[in-house]
Ligand binder design. Sequence first.
Ligand SMILES: Nc1ncnc2c1ncn2[C@@H]1O[C@H](COP(=O)(O)OP(=O)(O)OP(=O)(O)O)[C@@H](O)[C@H]1O
Length: 267
Amino acid sequence: MNENRDFTPAPASTRASAAGLLRHPSHPPVLSARNLTKTYGPTTALAGLSLDIRAGESVAIMGASGSGKTTLLHVLAGIIAPDSGQVHLNLPGQSVQVEALAESARSRLRREAFGFVFQQGLLIPELNALENVAVALMLNGAPRPAAEQAAAGWLQALGLGGMEQRRLGELSGGQAQRVAIARAQVTGAGVIFADEPTGALDSATSADVMQVLLESTIGAGKTLIVVTHDDGVAASCGRVLTMRDGRLTGDSAGGVIAAGLARGGNQ
Ligand SMILES: Nc1ncnc2c1ncn2[C@@H]1O[C@H](COP(=O)(O)OP(=O)(O)OP(=O)(O)O)[C@@H](O)[C@H]1O
């Protein structure tokens, strides 16, 4: 799976051309969700939501607390299964029906095809920055020296050269989020999911971290999906989706598709 992945950050020229290719409008969606439903007891978290996301898009998901944003992110990423509906993933060399996979296959998909940046919690305090990044590759079977070399490349690329040996407690919030971004990217994941990635940061650091996140994902032709309450974070993304009561109520991509999706129907 994912045999063509490159463990080192691509040069800027390559990234630019990859992004151009992948953003071509005729390119099929990298993620297609259809009629997703999810309930928790009496609570409806997803109420028949359909959505297409194309490779190279940066998509912000906004909406009031409890509107279903995190549930949608988790269903798209195969962290939880929907009660009904489908999620199709279409990456180069990899076309799978995410919700139909067994848990072991979904777990492998999450490790190899997806990267995750959360507000906090994914980094291991006992490990230094280099080890925190390298461990993502080692979980996928990479030998330690190669994993650490790739991790060092990503830390350097994200402005953390010289901080490889620092543990979590020795990094600022913004630096820790850069380590988390490096960790999400190092496996060559095609889709990066971020849930409130700047939620614990001040606004200047938040803008800085978002710039790093955007450059290292859509700048390399990857896809970025961000759940956020922050208007500034959403404004930095190419497309903004709005949710209410488990449905999409707005899509800045606009047009007929957005109107159809807002009613929860198929395109
Ligand atoms: N594991 C769970 N068990 C029970 N209810 C849940 C669970 N996860 C989510 N919910 C409920 O589902 C609804 C949607 O939750 P979700 O976390 O997706 O919303 P959200 O838009 O991300 O909210 P927030 O902005 O506060 O993080 C909420 O009413 C929430 O309480």
